[in-house]
Design a protein around this ligand. Structure first.
Ligand code: F6R
Length: 258
């Protein structure tokens, strides 16, 4: 697992965007895995800039989002599909219909989740996946106790996650859906390359488990220790509980010294 401790949000965006750009330049038809929430915003901002100023194109790419709330109306701004459209998709040049998300409005959620798995594998699998991490160690909406081999499915959100996300719903917990559909940990682990961004002291405990803890369903992100190509990009605040933070800084500097 590569660990980068960045100076600021701009550097976080640059490191993550370098990995995405490398993937897209080597395969213009790359399949991208997209996440919502605040963590990936520096990446999307930098990719949009590179699209506008440096000609980075998404015209032959496809993209799949990680998860979706169940029960939000189609036009709700916090619906994850709408979030991705507003924060990233509409600012670059994806072709019509090439960005997909799991369907949180389906009457048969199990069938919709199975169809989503099929769509990802029919596209050839995800080449590069961006992730955030919940303060409870979730990735996508795989809450503690999720099977480490889980696939796309409907799930129940923990109160902690609903509480963390209430900031997007006028601070009102009662407005945060209780159910979601989410790619599973087994699904995410099939992405060929994974980039995870975490910022702020609220993520420090989860980050310490992710990078240095025991692999356990209690901290679902720890499954990423079994993936061969993961880059974790942190700020100072989210790295404070890492015992080997100084070593990660030295290693990153040594590997990226020009
Ligand atoms: C979002 C997602 C979640 C978030 C996580 C962190 O698609 O899958 O796992 O990445 O809850 O959220 P933020 O980035 O808002 O702190």
């Amino acid at each position: 697992m590569e660990v980068a401790i960045a100076q600021d949000s701009d550097e976080i965006g640059r490191i993550a965007a370098d990995l995405f750009e490398e993937t897209i330049r080597s395969n213009p038809a790359a399949v991208l895995g997209l996440a919502t929430g605040s963590s990936p915003l520096p990446l999307y901002g930098e990719l949009i800039r590179r699209h506008r100023e440096e000609g980075l194109s998404f015209a032959s790419c496809r993209a799949f989002t990680l998860d979706e709330y169940v029960g939000l109306p189609l036009d709700h701004p916090e619906r994850y599909r709408n979030f991705i459209e507003a924060e990233f998709e509409r600012h670059v040049d994806f072709a019509e219909g090439t960005v997909q998300g799991p369907d949180g409005t389906a009457s048969d959620l199990a069938a919709a989740c199975a169809a989503y798995e099929t769509a990802i594998s029919d596209a050839g699998g995800v080449d590069i996946q961006i992730l955030g991490i919940g303060s409870n160690g979730h990735i996508a909406f795989n809450e503690p106790g999720s099977s480490l081999a889980s696939r796309t499915r409907a799930e129940v959100l923990t109160e902690r996650t609903r509480d963390d996300n209430a900031r997007f719903f006028d601070g009102d917990l009662s407005k945060v859906p209780e159910l979601c559909v989410t790619q599973g940990l087994g699904t995410i682990m099939e992405a060929r390359r994974i980039v995870l961004i975490a910022t702020g002291t609220g993520k420090a405990e989860a980050v310490a488990h992710l990078v240095e803890g025991a692999v356990s369903a209690r901290w679902p992100a720890t499954i990423l220790q079994h993936h061969a190509d993961v880059t974790v990009i942190l700020d100072d605040a989210s790295s404070t509980a890492l015992r080997l933070a100084d070593y990660y800084r030295e290693r990153w500097a040594a590997r990226h010294r020009r």
